[in-house]
Design a protein around this ligand. Structure first.
Ligand code: ZN
Length: 472
């Protein structure tokens, strides 16, 4: 991140005209909202804040920096418990409104926190009662408004500076907030409430909840003799950034991971995923050369060998999905009938040219199938053999009128029309499995990613990308 810190928010985000229509027309393209999984994760957090009693009425707001650097934020005048993914506003790093309904009046504060903290993705702000009560007390240490009473507070919040009073929506708060946020993940706004930045939404929610509970404990202890954590105890518990996870993945699943699954994971957990996407054979070569994944997705036979060799953790190895071979035709072309072996043979032999790959797993199986069906010579005489990559490209640029490859790879080419999968009796499935790296047994992020990639929402994304549930 190399954004220039700004002290003055962009005009248009000021609170004196929050009712004005947005500068850019809000668009609601319902089927495919950008950042759909990030929106869903943000809404989950907003609902949790309401369910846990951390926000009341139309107070509180949540924001999330997305993969393209724009910021999703709850809109102005909204009840967090009722907010929906399509209700969210989009602002830029300076707090300027980009899309959707008018953002929260406190959008400038979220933008300031995120500018100050390049490692943070999520910001939560509440008026939760005990923290708000503390923000009104006299005699607080402005550098450390809430003392380290409990270990979890030291772990999840750290040190809490108190910022001077500004009226709600006063954009002059942005400067001091950005300044303090460079060295503190949580701030307490005088006569107002807390604002917390974190690597992900889950951590931001936990921090703001911990802050509220610690404020309550602090108020309970007022006027009593009590001890606090020592400086050493506090330092040992200081919040740490989650370590990134190295994911090696076969190409078949890349589209689902890119489109949905990894954004949802990183939004919620704040854990970055360093993804390497290659055919399983290439991943195996990289591992032979010394590379080590924390989590690996690939062809089952390859992963089993790696588990035998001690590279992957056998106990975590499990089937993930399978993918069959299918057919795509040019954009706008009528679907061909491939509902039976006879229909598939007719489609293949009447095509002007069939594109397939000779090196990929699907290409090898398909070449063998052509032999078995006795049409190898006929199809090959005018086939478009693709060396490497996506065969469906050959039906979008006119080289062929039928493309054969794994369904998930056909779906990589958005313009091609995927007709469907081969009939069962001639189908060839590639089984994919997932496992932890043997060295990653103690890596909490790797376990979290493995859980995420094997949970129901991930499986729904795999199916949408053309994969099927594993056979067992
Ligand atoms: Zn507020």
């Amino acid at each position: 991140m190399t954004t220039t810190p700004r002290r003055t928010p962009v005009p248009g985000t000021a609170p004196d005209h929050p009712q004005h229509p947005p500068a850019t027309a809000p668009s609601h393209p319902s089927p495919a909202l950008p950042h759909s999984s990030a929106r869903a994760a943000l809404v989950t957090t907003a609902h949790a804040l309401a369910a846990r009693g951390l926000v009341h009425g139309r107070t509180g707001n949540v924001s999330l920096r997305t993969t393209d650097g724009s910021i999703l934020i709850t809109p102005t005048g909204t009840e967090l418990g009722a907010v929906a993914p399509e209700d969210l506003s989009v602002i830029d790093a300076d707090g300027a409104h980009l899309d959707g309904p008018p953002p929260s009046k406190e959008a400038f504060l979220h933008a300031a926190m995120l500018r100050a903290r390049p490692d943070a993705r999520a910001v939560v702000h509440t008026h939760s009662p005990h923290a708000a009560a503390v923000s009104c007390l006299d005699g607080l240490d402005p550098d450390d408004a809430l003392p380290p009473l409990t270990a979890y507070y030291a772990m999840r919040v750290g040190r809490l500076p108190l910022l001077p009073y500004f009226a709600p929506g006063d954009v002059r708060l942005a400067g001091p907030a950005e300044e303090q946020a460079r060295t503190h993940a949580a701030l307490l706004l005088r006569h107002h409430g807390p604002v917390v930045a974190a690597p992900g939404l889950d951590a931001a929610l936990e921090a703001v909840e911990e802050l509220e509970q610690t404020a309550r404990i602090f108020l309970l202890l007022r006027g009593t003799e009590h001890a606090r954590l020592s400086a050493e105890q506090r330092a040992a518990l200081a919040p740490r950034l989650p370590s990134p996870v190295a994911l090696f993945s076969a190409l078949a699943i890349k589209k689902a991971l890119d489109d949905v699954v990894l954004e949802a994971f990183t939004s919620a957990t704040g854990i970055d995923v360093d993804g390497v996407y290659e055919p399983t054979n290439v991943l195996l070569e990289q591992i032979a050369g010394g590379a080590r994944p924390d989590v690996m997705v690939g062809v089952t036979s390859g992963l089993a060998k790696l588990a035998d060799a001690g590279v992957l953790d056998r106990a975590s190895l499990r089937p993930l999905a399978r993918v069959g071979i299918g057919v795509a035709v040019p954009p706008g072309a009528p679907a061909v009938d491939i509902s039976s072996t006879g229909a598939l043979v007719r489609a293949l032999t009447s095509a002007r040219s069939v594109a397939y790959s000779r090196t990929g797993a699907s290409g090898v199986a398909f070449a063998a199938l052509l032999d078995r069906l006795g049409i190898a010579a006929e199809v090959n005489s005018r086939a478009t053999v693709v060396d490497k990559g996506f065969t469906a490209l050959a039906v979008t640029d006119g080289r062929a009128d039928l493309a054969v490859q794994q369904v998930s790879e056909l779906r990589f080419v958005p313009d091609a029309r995927v007709v469907g999968a081969f009939p069962e009796e001639v189908q060839h499935y590639t089984d994919l499995s997932i496992a932890l790296g043997a060295h990653a047994r103690d890596h909490p992020g790797a376990h979290a990613l493995l859980r995420h990639l094997t949970a129901a929402p991930a499986h729904a994304a795999y199916r949408a990308a053309g994969l099927e549930d594993p056979s067992r």
